[in-house]
Design a protein around this ligand. Structure first.
Ligand SMILES: C[S@@+](CC[C@H](N)C(=O)[O-])C[C@H]1O[C@@H](n2cnc3c(N)ncnc32)[C@H](O)[C@@H]1O
Length: 279
């Protein structure tokens, strides 16, 4: 995940988006081949979904239409398809969408994928479930707009579910002991020269990320402002992914900050409902 760097000089929103798109195109090719994403295991039938979302959403997608926002190259989208969801995935990176379509075909799964900026998304239809997960919100400059897109794509009474890394993690330095940066959102994005990726720190990648850290109140307020009713909000003292410099995997699907076990939130989840029908 990107860490705090110098603030961005003046660039248009379109230039920042283009830089992020170009970076994610590069990262996608590394990720598809990485041990981190384990595409081989997925093709052998393993799910890429983690215990948190499986426990909180897993039993509810069968036979439902599901929109996966920021789906990367489609591993989780296709894992939901295997559980019976009729999946549409959306991602900024054309390379990721190309890879997602290829993966669907290799896995023999039906799913639809679109290369779009989530903040400009208008698919002209609604879904039973909108899903997004792990490492998504920091890439979005405007959460009110994001939440409006979520609401516009939900059927009346439809379910929004997200699980995300906890914003306090953005404050920790690489050792996980000192605080740096600010918890509260800043107007300017964080600009960071990326070498490698969280999935493969040694990968030959050269790009610049622009990210907008968001506080919990900003995230929850955006959903409320869009008219969604929050059904549950949970915080977790572990991460399913060992993708931070300060985490260690202590069991499969369970990474913690050594010495701070049980003391720091690493993830949070939200279930929220669109108005208009009894849940
Ligand atoms: C960390 S990844 C998604 C994580 C997901 N859980 C996974 O690993 O499959 C973040 C994704 O957000 C996408 N993204 C970034 N900015 C976006 C935007 N404005 N609109 C749509 N997708 C965006 C990137 O292309 C990337 O695929």
């Amino acid at each position: 995940m990107p860490k705090a760097g110098p603030q961005s000089p003046e660039h248009s929103a379109a230039e920042l988006l283009a830089s992020n798109r170009e970076l994610w195109d590069q990262w996608t090719d590394v990720h598809v081949e990485s041990d981190f994403y384990a595409v081989d295991r997925f093709l052998e039938g393993e799910s890429s979904l983690q215990s948190i979302e499986l426990d909180e959403l897993g039993e509810e997608v069968d036979g439902k239409s599901l929109l996966h926002l920021q789906c990367h190259f489609g591993l989780d989208s296709l894992s939901w398809a295997r559980r019976g969801a009729r999946v549409t995935g959306v991602d900024l990176s054309p390379r990721a969408i190309e890879r997602a379509r290829g993966l669907a075909s290799r896995a023999g799964l039906a799913a639809t994928f679109h290369a779009r900026d989530v903040l400009e998304l208008d698919l002209g239809r609604r879904f039973d479930v909108v899903f997004t997960s792990y490492g998504v919100l920091d890439w979005l400059r405007d959460l009110n707009r994001w939440a409006a897109v979520v609401a516009a794509h939900l059927e009346p009474g439809g379910l929004f579910y997200m699980v995300e890394f906890h914003p306090v993690l953005g404050l920790l330095d690489d050792g996980g002991r000192s605080l740096e940066g600010s918890y509260f959102p800043a107007a300017e994005p964080i600009r960071y020269k990326e070498k490698g990726t969280y999935a493969d720190p040694d990968a030959a990648v050269d790009g610049t990320s622009y990210t907008w850290p968001h506080s919990l109140s900003e995230i929850l307020s955006a959903l409320l402002n869009a008219g969604l009713r929050i059904e549950s909000f949970r915080e977790f003292d572990f991460s399913p992914y060992d993708c931070f410099p300060f985490t260690r995997e202590v069991a499969p699907g369970r990474s913690v900050i050594p010495g701070l076990e049980g003391k720091v939130p690493l993830c949070f989840s939200v279930r929220a409902r669109a108005a208009g029908a009894d849940a």
